[in-house]
Design a protein around this ligand. Sequence first.
Ligand SMILES: NC(=O)c1ccc[n+]([C@@H]2O[C@H](COP(=O)([O-])OP(=O)(O)OC[C@H]3O[C@@H](n4cnc5c(N)ncnc54)[C@H](O)[C@@H]3O)[C@@H](O)[C@H]2O)c1
Length: 272
Amino acid sequence: MAELDGKVAIVTGAASGVGAATARVLAREGAAVVVADINAGGAEAVAKRIRAAGGRAVPAVTDVAEEAQVAAMVDVAVREFGRLDLLHNNAALAGPEVMTRDTLITEIDPELWDRVMRVNLRGYALGAKHAIPAMLESGGSGVIVNTSSGTGLLGEPSRSAYGTSKAAIFGLTRSIATQYGKQGIRCVALALGLIATEALKANFAQPVQDMMTSHHLTPRLGEPEDVAEVVSFLASDRAAFITGCAIPVDGGFTAHTASYADELRLLEAAEG
Ligand SMILES: NC(=O)c1ccc[n+]([C@@H]2O[C@H](COP(=O)([O-])OP(=O)(O)OC[C@H]3O[C@@H](n4cnc5c(N)ncnc54)[C@H](O)[C@@H]3O)[C@@H](O)[C@H]2O)c1
């Protein structure tokens, strides 16, 4: 018997990157998965691939910033699979068309700020608002995993809106865990390091990726599956005592003082 047999999960932003990998890993572990994304073709393709591998999955075309669509997404899980155990809030505006316009705070476009907050933050809040009642009706337990970022723990040199939205997710996570913990709902945030998704490759040229890699303690950047395996663990009963916290899945990105590591490199280079 697989670890998540009988459980039902929704993954948002599941058409690509971290979300797609998480949907696949959860299905591999026996969960039935609602593959939710604003990208209809991508969501359908991920669900189809899961079904082809023998798993259970349906797509749900969802804009996570729109409450009626989020409610409908939760309805899909209950209608198709009869219950809800896990929500992985993961969708975000992470593409270059947004990231390149997300600037210093003195230059920020308020429309861009609102757009980022609507998806990255309001989307997570709406997901929790509608998932929790369905989880409670499913028998009084449930898990919400919120994808955030190490950049939400540290200062962002640019990307003011993205960094602030990711910082706020840690507060939202603690509030959800505090409000519904006694009813059996756990909520955990993930502070990701750099994950080598297509979105990341589009945002950062190879020399920048190499520089970023040097600021992780691992020999490589993360892969979407590195995150997916942690979500799968958190969804399982093995993680029953973990809630209200942020777990780094970051290759040590936030575990050390990057400027001192650079100093060491400069000293080593000077010594030849
Ligand atoms: N890749 C990284 O290095 C990295 C680092 C830190 C945090 N993250 C976070 O990980 C998560 C996944 O990012 P990714 O790298 O896989 O990027 P990605 O662009 O591959 O995935 C994001 C997905 O969200 C979907 N999406 C965007 N707006 C949406 C909306 N309004 N409603 C529903 N779906 C929507 C997109 O269609 C896309 O499929 C994001 O929350 C991102 O901020 C990523």
